[in-house]
Design a protein around this ligand. Structure first.
Ligand code: GLG
Length: 829
């Protein structure tokens, strides 16, 4: 660093960033003219977006620098959140609001000839995630910065995020999402690079003292390069860091020999192989596919992150035993479980610690969050695959398992069944490494993401581990959402109305303050404004629907929305079958009866994993039903069915505030938490749902009279499934009629939908669509009835919002900090 005597000069010129409208305009024009080499003659909206983003980036990076200096200086315990997914969405609007400069930018852009909304809309979403798990990581980052926790995220810098979805002739088509053409929010750190090794062999030898050592030799090297993304907190100077790793051929790796010998293709293909590691996000949600490249991604990212964390710790010259007091690493699902093995390897093989001492450090450092009980989502890696790719790590895994099983054997002598049930190695053909078991053994705390889910993991998939370790190792941290993005940014008018009654925006930092609006539920003016805001949000969505699908939908209709990944367990099929039932019913009604009906717009959105045939069939069915219903003049505006293509974070910000009711209708016991349920309620929409995931706690908070619940309970699901299997199974009558309609080609060629119907009618109805159908359509009738009582509906909406304080990720982060991480906030002056 620069000598003290010269620092005055530095300080004099230290970057400040703009503070007001004029300052914004100056920075904007400066960036347009120099950084972007454009002028007022050729500044289009995209360039204006770039100029605006760069002006804000400057501000963020100044605060980022201060935060990092302060955190390094104070050197208190830090949190590292390892997640293979960060579904960030857009950054500009968020930055404007979090550092409280949106009005300066709005006015400045106005004077320079632009509308701020158009500029914000130029930004490409950062879509480095699939769904709830990735978006949760993004909300947690926002809260960690807002609450001033010294916290970093670590992930991968995918060149291609989740694919863009196009709907062509009713079918999903996947298009690559190349998003890095212009990304002002990242800083390449070409000085922060590390070589990551793959393949090769682990060689056992003895050192000069006769101690057994292992050397990992040979194989190939890939370089990890750090890219930093600043994460601003709301209403604080704290700006944390999200470090994303990008892969490239190691400098020594580009084979100049081959190149000089004219073997260009093979020289280049080595390079491409290296770059492939961080090229693309795997598009599966709640599904494990066991592909080698995925394992490479996982190790590449864990090894680079651990190198970085260990390096930072070593600079402080503390004893290794202090590591868990300085470092908390949270594993977002099992994807980063190799970090456990990697830390043990570093400590034992590189730093020379004894196994037991190293292992105490490892377990004290890690916490593991489980996000699902679905068996198809639980990660397992084949032993031969791992043996080949990570020869030293597989040895360490075997040793971890050996010591663990010895511990179990001591506690429960001669229980052979127990040993094979909890072994990290599944004795299958080939043998498999059970990553969740490894994550439990290597962590001091394991948590689920909603009460029911945390109970279920302790009584089903992980029950043996509760028996072995006792219940204290397991805990619950119910998910949340950041109210900054999901209320203030997505629904500014509602946020402003609430602020006008609460005397300011403090509720955005303490969401429990929302309870203060409950006393306005009888205030006619307030209710009227509340209702008008909902209508305005519906008009905005209707416009989006018109522009993107061509369909006109009436904003006075009941907007019924289901947006999330398409999955059989989430049961979009139940929803669309319910829509068909409604359609058939309307067709059989007299004109008098029709007059009494509440018109409905059914809105669907969500991606199917490219290899998930059944999910794609469901999308096709929704679109086929839409095509028939929307063009049936006999139905008119009474029913519309819309599929919004390419559902993502920025579309969610338009869709969620516009709902009257949204659907969270998973088979009980399958949705770990759900988080969009929280977003919808926070935006004044009511929900229809099963007693599953966080629906249960939402119901507890806002009370049962404000939720439309239906369906079987989690505790009865297994028995129902069994009964389908053995006692034969009769379809629900109304569902049978729906199937008849589909099978008589009402919605196009019935053949396309045969396997979907068969999965229910002939193959055991695993997700209990038939069992829940009657309860579902009856509850939808109650929704129709209640929606007509406009005043009561608005009262329910206000009351629900007032009682949502619990579901902020600020509360979530405080719980993690207190019960898992043991970290304290650090305020940056
Ligand atoms: C999971 C679950 C969701 C959960 C989310 C965040 O399926 O129920 O809300 O994580 O914990 N794979 C996921 O998206």
């Amino acid at each position: 660093s620069i000598p003290e005597s010269l620092r005055e000069t530095w300080r004099k010129h230290s970057a400040q960033g703009f503070v007001d409208k004029d300052g914004f305009e100056r920075e904007f024009v400066q960036h347009i003219e120099t950084t972007l080499a454009r002028s007022l003659y050729n500044c289009d909206e995209l360039a204006a977006y770039s100029g605006t983003a760069l002006a804000f980036r400057d501000k963020l990076i100044i605060e980022w620098n201060k935060t990092q200096q302060r955190q390094t200086f104070v050197d208190q315990k830090r949190v590292y959140y390892l997640s293979l997914e960060f579904l960030m969405g857009r950054a500009l609007d968020n930055a404007m609001l979090n550092i409280d400069k949106k009005e300066a930018a709005r006015d400045g852009l106005g004077e320079l000839g632009f509308r701020i909304e158009d500029i914000i809309n130029q930004e490409h979403d950062a879509a480095l995630g699939n769904g709830g798990l990735g978006r949760l990581a993004a909300c947690l980052l926002d809260s960690m910065a807002t609450l001033n926790y010294p916290a970093w995220g670590y992930g991968l810098r995918y060149r291609y995020g989740i694919f863009k979805q196009e709907i062509i002739d009713g079918y999903q088509v996947e298009v690559p999402d190349y998003w890095l053409d212009f990304n002002p929010w990242e800083f390449p750190r070409h000085d922060v690079t590390v070589d990551i090794q793959f393949y090769g062999q682990s060689i056992r030898h003895q050192d000069e003292n006769g101690k057994v050592k292992y050397d990992w030799v040979g194989g190939e090297i890939v370089q990890a390069v750090a890219y930093d993304v600043p994460i601003p907190g709301y209403g604080t100077k704290t700006t944390n860091n999200l470090r994303l790793w990008s892969s490239k051929a190691s400098s020594g790796e580009f084979d100049f020999q081959k190149f000089n010998a004219g073997e260009y293709e093979s020289a280049v293909s080595d390079q491409q192989r290296a770059e492939a590691i961080s090229a693309v996000l795997y598009p599966n949600d709640n599904l494990d596919r066991g592909k080698e490249l995925r394992l490479k991604q996982q190790y590449f990212w864990c090894a680079a992150s651990l190198w970085d964390i260990v390096r930072r710790f070593k600079k402080t010259k503390r004893a290794w035993s202090e590591f868990p007091e300085q470092v908390a690493i949270q594993l977002n699902d099992t994807h980063p479980t190799l970090a456990i093995v990697e830390l043990q390897r570093i400590l034992v093989d590189q730093e020379g610690l004894e196994w037991d001492e190293a292992w105490r450090i490892v377990v004290g450092t890690f916490g593991y969050t489980n996000h699902t009980v679905l068996p198809e989502a639980l990660e397992k890696w084949s032993v031969p695959l791992m043996q080949n790719l990570l020869p030293r790590h597989i040895q360490i895994i075997y040793d971890i398992n050996l010591f663990f099983l010895q511990y179990v054997e001591k506690k429960f002598p001669r229980d052979r069944d127990l040993l094979s049930q909890v072994s990290v190695i599944e004795e299958s053909q080939p043998k498999m490494v059970r990553m969740a078991y490894l994550a439990i053994i290597g962590s001091h705390k394991v948590n689920g993401v909603a009460e029911l889910h945390s109970d279920l993991i302790q009584t089903t998939i992980f029950k043996n581990f509760v028996k072995i370790y006792g219940p204290d190792k397991f805990t619950n941290v119910t998910n949340g959402i950041t109210p900054r993005r999901w209320l203030h940014q997505a629904n500014p008018r509602l946020s402003d109305l609430i602020a006008s009654k609460l005397g300011g925006y403090d509720f955005l930092k303490d969401l429990t303050l929302l309870s203060g609006i409950e006393r306005y539920v009888d205030d006619a003016d307030f209710c009227k404004e509340w209702s008008e805001i909902k209508t305005a949000n519906k008009v905005r969505l209707a416009r989006h629907i018109k522009e993107t699908t061509g369909y006109t939908v009436p904003p006075t209709a009941l907007f019924d929305i289901q947006v999330k990944r398409i999955h059989e367990y989430k049961r979009q099929q139940l929803n669309i079958f319910g829509v068909i039932h409604r359609y058939l019913k309307i067709k059989s009604m007299t004109p008098e009866e029709r007059k009494k009906l509440v018109p409905r717009v059914l809105i669907f959105g969500g991606k199917a994993a490219p290899g998930y045939w059944m999910a794609k069939t469901i999308i096709h069915l929704i679109n086929s039903v839409g095509k028939v219903v929307n063009n049936d003049s006999d139905i008119g505006d009474l029913l519309k069915v819309i599929f919004i293509e390419d559902y993502n974070v920025s579309k969610a910000e338009i869709i969620i505030p516009a709902s009257d009711i949204s659907e969270h209708i998973s088979t009980a016991g399958t949705e770990a938490s759900g988080t969009s349920n929280m977003k919808f309620v926070l935006n004044g929409g009511l929900i229809i749902g099963t007693l599953d995931g966080a629906n249960i706690e939402i119901t507890r908070e806002i009370t049962e009279s404000n939720v439309f619940l239906f369906g079987n309970l989690a505790e009865d699901v297994e028995e129902l499934r069994q009964s389908h299997r053995y006692a034969g199974f009769t379809l629900d009558d109304n569902l049978a009629k729906v199937f008849d309609a589909i099978q008589s080609n009402t919605f196009g060629d019935a053949g396309s939908f045969e396997h979907l119907i068969a999965s229910i009618a002939d193959h055991g109805d695993y997700y209990l669509v038939s069992d829940d159908f009657d309860s579902y359509i009856k509850t939808q009738e109650i929704v129709d009835r209640d929606f007509k009582k406009r005043d009561e509906w608005i009262a329910k909406s206000i009351t629900s919002v007032a009682r949502m304080g619990f579901f902020s990720t600020d509360r979530v982060i405080d719980e993690y900090a207190e019960s898992i991480w043991n970290v304290e906030p650090l305020v940056v002056e």
